[in-house]
Design a protein around this ligand. Structure first.
Ligand code: FAD
Length: 430
């Protein structure tokens, strides 16, 4: 019996139980595909980043002794769509069983289920072994409730996983230090330089250009600053602990004209591709805090933990609780087009210019820029949420629909009528 195991581009979890044993009866397959590069116009650094991380992962599997079929975007045998690629590998290797990890995007989950129905071999979906919660946990938690309050979910997560708890009580006496997370940053304390991995991606860039993939954004030079493998991702995490955590909470809601990253971790890309898991991020941050709690206060740590075990898991749960209907919600009937300057950065409105140019230059903007600057403007100008989604889904290196959609359509645009946000943020912008 020969098994084919599919690894999607955001399933680069080397700690998955799949890899505990090496077998010559199991082949792993990974495909760079037009299906994925073209469903929305992505930032050039996002396409490069995904392909670079996928290639690193496949090289690691091979060096660990696993059998891997990897199709690059310009491989002549690449059919550029998942169904044809899978069927072609299944036929050529005489495969008798297909296994795949649960996709996080509804689109791929739906597609894979349909593909499996048409196969003459058996198939099995397994957990991706990444998140704290499973897909349906949040809807079960809020069963019968009209409002899905993040804070309730977050407190339950703290209790369930014994994170920052003193018995049944929150460590430090408060569940949430949100009020101490709203300082302005006025030039000090100094912000350490961001960690730049200088990954050489010349050949990937060449393939993308040869295939005429239509992208957005800018990429000066051919070295990618983001972590693309496990070693780099763990280094990025350690850098955060050593240098940024100490002020993370204080300035997590700050905006500054000249600072792109402030004290943010830039871990979302590594986490969303599952190169590192939220559990290891949380335990590493907690360990560091325990050893350094004379220097690091609980409000810094709680502010960070809330994002990872609270917002990140909550958004995923909301996505699976409300898809596919969620993607069509437009409660405020907003119909305007997204302004042209979102694609060029050419506007005299300073906050918008800074945020959009950051995004075009780095495929990154921090949370407050995404929510309070571009998000508020697009809601205020009654932009169609479909256009808003396409922009956010394309431009950020960490953008995958399960996390982008509830943040954009829900939290920022209020298009879900208040399932996520208690009020439109634009109505309280001070
Ligand atoms: P940090 O500030 O260092 O936070 C640490 C981690 O917490 C992040 O890496 C992320 O994994 C998690 N996190 C923080 N806030 C959120 C949140 N609201 N939802 C889910 N996880 C969160 N995040 C994405 O990962 N992908 C997206 O496509 C995305 N789109 C967004 C769109 C809008 C309109 C808004 C308002 C937010 C969006 N976010 C998205 C959430 C957040 O802005 C990013 O996770 C964060 O900016 C990533 O940078 P960082 O790793 O430096 O984060």
């Amino acid at each position: 019996m020969s098994t084919l195991r599919l690894i999607l581009g955001d399933q680069l979890n080397s700690q998955h139980s799949w890899y505990n044993t090496v077998s010559n009866k199991t082949t792993y397959c990974m495909f760079e595909m037009r299906q994925e590069t073209d469903y929305v116009k992505h930032h050039i650094q996002k396409v490069v980043g995904f392909f670079a991380a996928m290639q690193e992962f496949s090289r690691q599997l091979i060096s660990d002794g696993h059998k891997v079929i990897y199709l690059t975007i310009d491989d002549s045998s690449n059919h550029q769509c998942l169904e044809k690629n899978l069927k072609s590998v299944i036929d050529s290797l005489n495969i008798s069983k297909l296994e795949y990890q649960s996709p996080d995007e509804y689109r791929l989950d739906y597609q894979l289920k349909n593909i499996c129905k048409t196969l003459s071999i058996s198939s099995k979906q397994v957990d991706s072994e990444h998140f704290y919660t499973n897909r349906n946990q949040l809807s079960e938690f809020f069963k019968g409730k009209k409002q899905f309050l993040m804070e309730r979910f977050y407190r339950d997560m703290r209790k369930k996983h014994h994170i920052l708890m003193n018995g049944e009580q929150p460590e430090g006496g408060e569940w949430n230090y949100d009020k101490s997370n709203r300082n302005k940053w006025k030039g000090s304390p100094g912000i350490p330089p961001f960690i730049n991995f200088k990954n050489n991606v010349d050949s990937i860039l060449k393939s993308i250009n040869n295939c005429n993939i239509d992208t957005i954004g800018r990429f000066d030079g051919s070295t990618l600053t983001y972590p693309i493998n496990r070693k780099q991702s763990l280094e990025q995490l350690e850098y955060f602990n050593q240098n940024l955590l100490v002020h993370f909470g204080d300035y997590q809601d700050a905006l500054h004209n000249d600072e792109v990253y402030l004290f943010h971790s830039r871990l979302s890309f590594a986490m969303n591709l599952k190169i590192i898991s939220p559990k290891e991020v949380v335990s590493s941050v907690l360990d560091f805090y325990r050893l350094n709690n004379d220097e690091i206060t609980i409000s810094q740590v709680e502010g960070f933990i809330r994002q990872v075990i609270g917002w990140r898991e909550y958004m995923r749960g909301m996505y699976w609780a409300h898809m596919p209907e969620y993607k069509k919600l437009n409660t405020l009937s907003n119909q305007n087009q997204i302004p042209e300057f979102f694609w060029t950065g050419e506007t005299q409105m300073n906050c918008l210019s800074k945020t959009i140019n950051n995004s075009l230059d780095n495929a990154y903007a921090h949370h407050i820029q995404r929510l309070m600057v571009t998000g508020n403007y697009l809601l205020l100008t009654q932009t169609n949420p479909d256009e808003v989604d396409n922009w956010y889904l394309g431009i950020y290196i960490d953008a995958l629909e399960w996390v982008q959609l509830p943040n954009t359509r829900g939290m920022s645009q209020f298009a879900d009528g208040g399932l996520i946000a208690t009020k439109p943020y634009v109505s309280s912008g001070s």
